[in-house]
Ligand binder design. Structure first.
Ligand code: TGC
Ligand code: FAD
Length: 390
């Protein structure tokens, strides 16, 4: 097992290629050097570390599983998962930034964009020269995006957008927004809206207690006029945005494990050195039970994402496989963070340790990209054949 491969109880890194191991170690070192020293201060200040964007671009993590032809790294999906895992060991906000840029902005441009859109946007987004966001959720349509009410209408060579999006990661920062709206026939289409377009504003949402080192915004469109060529030509209907979610949910399933590893490792170290009743608290059965639960769940989560990654690389993955991994791994990461916080007693609530930050972040991760319960219903529908959404 290599020095940087991290928590790997079952030696699962034997299933990784040399390139995948190298990617993991490189990103792990980047997180140790560039993210861990600064992230707590950003979290407390409620700011995203913008200086990281160019460095992350140089590292090759944006759209890392997209082709080299467009300036991307052309890595396997397993390598992309490992990138998410290592980044989220730092902070869910940084992983969110990377998920949105790669899976929710570059992916739809790659999969549904014109050649001109791909050639213009993908290299700039891959390098971090430009930032993107993805606007699907609306104030009144979260879990049920099929009901969205943002509208588009054609006017000569232009398209006019009216409506609002809510809870949009990177919104205020973004140079380009991928926006999903219904056309005059009520069909969902994707549009690229550039920062500075008259009628488009992206105010930041403040007072968050979760994902504080991440910018979350509202997007407002008031007779916002964009060129008709900014429509994504390759898709229509709800399957467009939902296909993008498959990519991002996959990364989150890996990412949540990074967060769980961070809180598990912090609490294990703490338990070995914290003395109560004349011995380390790690020597108490109840504490060991919690630590073993964490290790066990993280290891099962690793097996889950490794297999889902293999299926994705083989072109055999189904969205429901990804739902299972997102649902399980975020759930166990949150439980791991809560147990770690408990083991650390009063120290667990401070910024001296990463535990409470991860715990608070994971509350958002549990909700976004399909809530835990929505993924339960997706799996329930898959095994029964009966949709239970309404
Ligand atoms: P339904 O009738 O089931 O499906 C409509 C059409 O879509 C197709 N489809 C999918 N296609 C690709 N991938 C998937 N996962 C798909 N799921 C469904 C389906 O085959 C159908 O196609 P067609 O050709 O027949 O039209 O749709 P529904 O309205 O019943 O909704 C199903 C439901 C509830 C599962 C779906 O709406 C859903 O997943 N809701 C959750 C919404 C969600 O996850 N929002 C996330 C917003 S983005 C975000 O949170 C970013 S956070 C980023 C960060 O900071 O990291
Ligand atoms: P609701 O849909 O109102 O759900 C509330 C509760 O009701 C949940 O517990 C849910 O599980 C439950 N519920 C809903 N429907 C059912 C049902 N049929 N059966 C049983 N229970 C149900 N969106 C984007 O488009 N782009 C982004 O970049 C983005 N970034 C985000 C960043 C953050 C920090 C957060 C918190 C959210 C972000 N989102 C983004 C929005 C996110 O995808 C939504 O919050 C999520 O889809 C849930 O929608 P909602 O918050 O409206 O909750």
């Amino acid at each position: 097992m290599s020095k940087f491969s991290g928590l790997d109880y079952l030696h699962l890194n034997e299933f990784l290629s040399e390139d995948e191991k190298m990617v993991q170690e490189t990103v792990r070192k980047f997180v140790d050097d560039e993210i861990l020293p600064i992230i707590e201060d950003h979290y407390l200040a409620g700011t995203f570390p913008l200086d990281l964007v160019k460095k992350l671009g140089d590292l090759g993590v944006f759209g890392a599983n997209l082709p080299e032809k467009y300036g991307c790294a052309g890595l396997t999906n397993i390598a992309y998962g490992l990138i998410c895992q290592e980044l989220e060991r730092g902070d869910s906000g940084v992983r969110s930034f990377v998920s949105v840029q790669g899976s929710l902005v570059m992916y739809p441009i790659y999969a549904f964009g014109s050649e001109k859109q791909k050639e213009y946007w993908l290299p700039k987004l891959a390098s971090g020269e430009k930032i993107g966001c993805f606007g699907l959720t609306e104030p009144d349509f979260g879990s049920n995006p099929g009901g969205l009410i943002t509208r588009s209408r054609k006017e000569g060579d232009s398209i006019i957008l009216n409506g609002a999006k809510m809870w949009i990661t990177n919104g205020t920062l973004a140079d380009v927004a991928v926006v999903w709206a219904k056309d005059e026939e009520g069909i969902i289409k994707g549009y690229l809206v550039e920062k500075g377009t008259p009628g488009y504003t992206a105010p930041e949402i403040k007072k968050k207690h979760s994902l504080r080192a991440s910018v979350t915004s509202e997007l407002v469109f008031q007779d916002c006029k964009i060129p008709a060529e900014n429509e994504l030509p390759g898709v229509s209907g709800l399957k467009g945005p939902l296909s993008c979610l498959n990519q991002a949910r996959y990364g989150i399933a890996w990412g949540a494990l990074g967060s769980a590893m961070a809180t598990y490792e912090a609490s294990l170290e703490y338990a070995k050195s914290r003395i109560q009743f004349d011995k380390p608290i790690a020597g108490f059965q109840l504490v060991q039970q919690k630590l073993v639960y964490m290790l066990n769940e993280i290891t099962k989560g690793q097996l889950l994402v490794l297999r889902v990654g293999q299926l994705k690389d083989a072109g055999k993955v189904r969205p429901q496989h990804i739902s299972m991994a997102k649902r399980n791994n975020v759930d166990i990461a949150l439980e791991t963070a809560r147990l770690a916080r408990d083991i650390m007693g009063a120290n667990g609530i401070t910024g001296e340790y990463p535990v409470m930050r991860h715990m608070n972040n994971l509350e958002s991760v549990k909700t976004y990209e399909g809530t835990h319960d929505i993924h339960t219903l997706i799996l329930g529908q898959d095994i029964t054949g009966i949709a239970a959404y309404n």
